[in-house]
Design a protein around this ligand. Structure first.
Ligand SMILES: [Fe+2]
Ligand SMILES: [Fe+2]
Length: 268
């Protein structure tokens, strides 16, 4: 049975008005997809709950999503995650993937995911001149000294990797194709902006090595199962094969112009 899914990432809905949001919902409904995958940076801490409820009531298909760094801005990681767990439980058509674990899309294909985190492991964190708003606007990261911040980023990446190790082995045992939805590119090669791999200054903040290591290890041991990783965060589109059975698509994005990635995903 073939199914069709829309994938969006970095939609930053707080940058558009209500009419534009209604038009986006209408476009998705007209595409007659079986579901929408949203890879994080949906809005900010104080508005994401409102937008997820709006999407769930406006869309005629289920929504599967993970969070991005912007979704915690002006709030806290713990609070936003708690709110999403609550929404996941309350609204049938809303699936927050860290809570949903493994979702069957078709008899051959399963979906799982976690937002991941820019975990400071690739590139040169210590000498990086990049000061992300994350380190100012997210309560758990604000006003941390560099060494302590790196430990925290590493722990957040590791938390995502633990989720991969807890869910992916079960999925590879039962399905031929797995889709892993995430926000932060889990491989250096997938961390692309304007067609180029990010440099050592940007990489620590724009890649999640811990998740990549877990994905590569598990898929390397299961060559007959295929994994497609959908990520975003860089706003630059690209695609790369990490292993013969592990492909990563990075979604392009423009602030104020949320859109479905093209082509739509065909799942058998
Ligand atoms: Fe973004
Ligand atoms: Fe992001």
């Amino acid at each position: 049975v073939a199914a069709k899914y829309a994938w969006m990432t970095d939609v930053h809905l707080n940058f558009i008005n209500e009419l534009e949001l209604a038009s986006l919902v209408k476009r998705i409904n007209l595409s007659e997809v079986d579901g929408v995958l949203i890879g994080g940076d949906i809005a900010e801490a104080e508005s994401i709950g409102h937008y997820m409820r709006d999407l769930a009531s406006g869309l005629s298909c289920p929504v599967y999503f993970v969070l991005g760094n912007h979704d915690y801005y002006k709030g806290s990681i713990a609070d936003v995650r708690q709110e999403m767990a609550q929404l996941h439980g309350d609204i049938d058509s809303l699936h927050w993937l860290p809570a949903a674990k493994v979702i069957e899309l078709t008899s051959n294909t399963a979906l799982l995911g976690h937002g991941g985190w820019g975990d400071g492991q690739f590139g040169d964190f210590v000498n990086s001149t990049i000061m992300l708003n994350d380190y100012i606007l997210i309560r758990e990261l604000a006003a941390m000294r560099q060494g302590k911040l790196l430990n925290k980023l590493r722990a957040l990446g590791e938390e995502a990797a633990v989720h991969v190790r807890a869910t992916l082995p079960e999925a590879v045992a039962n399905y031929d194709h797995i889709i892993f939805l995430t926000h932060v590119p889990p491989f250096r090669e997938a961390c692309v902006y304007e067609g180029k791999i990010s440099d050592d200054n940007w990489l620590p903040h724009f890649s999640c090595k811990a998740v990549g290591d877990a994905l590569r290890e598990i898929m390397g041991a299961h060559p007959h199962c295929k994994l497609t990783v959908l990520c975003g965060h860089t706003h630059g589109s690209g695609s790369v094969n990490i292993l013969p059975n592990l492909r990563v698509l990075t979604g392009g994005a423009t602030y104020g112009e949320p859109a479905m990635q093209q082509p739509l995903l065909s799942v058998v």
